[in-house]
Write a protein that binds this ligand. Structure first.
Ligand SMILES: Cc1cc2nc3c(=O)[nH]c(=O)nc-3n(C[C@H](O)[C@H](O)[C@H](O)COP(=O)(O)OP(=O)(O)OC[C@H]3O[C@@H](n4cnc5c(N)ncnc54)[C@H](O)[C@@H]3O)c2cc1C
Ligand code: FES
Length: 292
């Protein structure tokens, strides 16, 4: 694959001549667009170059750079693998490029570079309980990790999801949630912030679910993604219960430019979010002196 920069840990490029990392934008087709929640759409994509599609491998927690031609590029999280799931991105329209993306139609083209970043540390957490805590669109980066953990269910203890959104309309991936709720090996606890007519589930902030779910802190890891106010109160609860700072894992979002450690745009402390992250432990985040 001509895009290989020949310097990858996996070494596949040397042995096979093919590289699963795309360093110049590859063209993808938008096959389908679904409204997810207000302001968030999911775009189902396929590579126009099928050689690239076959070689494209994604580790849960990594990200790609997505080009909207004529508008610019932005970082976006990925599902586990195009083999296991259709290749898709879920994007909230917040600014110039993401609004330009939302204006596109099926059949339009995008550019994709990646995957980049370190990904979630699945090798280190075998045998542990996993507690996912998500607020709002914080479920986007965690979803790939949930799918991975459920595909390797025997490797883990309890798997618990605590998910909160402003209203039922703001709950991401509702078909997945319904499926997860039927899965005996997965404990799901969902809450919305305000009471709502017809809602029979929990009402209140997501940190209140920690007590309700009787979350185990020993031999557990927590993956936490959501708005700063949620993050801080959830971390506070976990630390109060004795969870180690190393066992709390999150992803940092910073403005990305190159995605491959060259431009320094994403520097946080002495690390680069695009290559050292975006996945960090809470202990690392604290030492970086950064606010989530
Ligand atoms: C690793 C990683 C993974 C990510 N994954 C996802 C994902 O899966 N889904 C997703 O939706 N997002 C994701 N993001 C965030 C996404 O990259 C950003 O939302 C995106 O870069 C926004 O680009 P934009 O050009 O549309 O917004 P910009 O135009 O850059 O605007 C970004 C923000 O700045 C504000 N802003 C813009 N211009 C001004 C101004 N002049 N004055 C004041 N404020 C202004 C906007 O209101 C907006 O809040 C991820 C980010 C990272 C780093
Ligand atoms: S985005 Fe360029 S160094 Fe990280």
């Amino acid at each position: 694959m001509a895009n290989c920069h020949g310097n990858h840990e996996h070494g596949n490029c040397k042995t096979t001549g093919l590289c699963p990392i795309v360093t110049f934008p590859e063209v993808v087709n938008i096959d389908e667009i679904r409204d997810e929640i207000p302001e968030v759409k999911t775009f189902y994509l396929s590579f126009t170059n099928k050689d690239v599609e076959r070689e494209f491998r994604i580790k849960s927690g990594q990200f790609i750079m997505c080009t909207v031609f004529g508008a610019g590029e932005f970082a976006v999280s990925l599902p586990p693998s195009p083999e296991n799931d259709r290749f898709h991105i879920s994007v909230r329209a917040v600014g110039k490029v993401t609004n330009a993306l939302h204006a596109l139609k099926p059949g339009d083209k995008l550019g994709v570079r990646g995957p980049f970043g370190n990904g979630f540390p699945f090798e280190d957490i075998k045998g542990k309980n996993i507690i996912y805590v998500a607020g709002g669109i914080g479920l986007i980066p965690l979803r790939s990790s949930i799918v991975h953990a459920l595909q390797h269910r025997e490797d883990f203890g309890r798997i618990i999801l605590l998910y909160g959104a402003r209203s039922s309309q703001d709950l991401m991936y509702q078909p997945d949630i319904r499926e997860w709720q039927q899965n005996a090996g997965f404990e799901t606890f969902i809450t919305i912030d305000r009471p709502e007519e017809g809602w029979t589930g929990e009402v209140g902030y997501v940190n209140q679910l920690i007590e309700k779910a009787k979350v185990p802190v020993d031999n557990s890891v927590a993956f936490v993604c959501g708005p700063p106010v949620m993050f801080n109160s959830v971390i506070g609860e976990f630390l109060k219960r004795g969870m180690s700072e190393d066992a709390i894992i999150s992803t940092l979002e910073r403005l990305m430019k190159c995605g491959i450690g060259k431009c320094q745009h994403c520097a946080v402390g002495r690390t680069l979010v695009c290559t050292d992250g975006p996945v960090y432990t809470y202990r690392q985040i604290k030492t970086l002196g950064e606010q989530i």
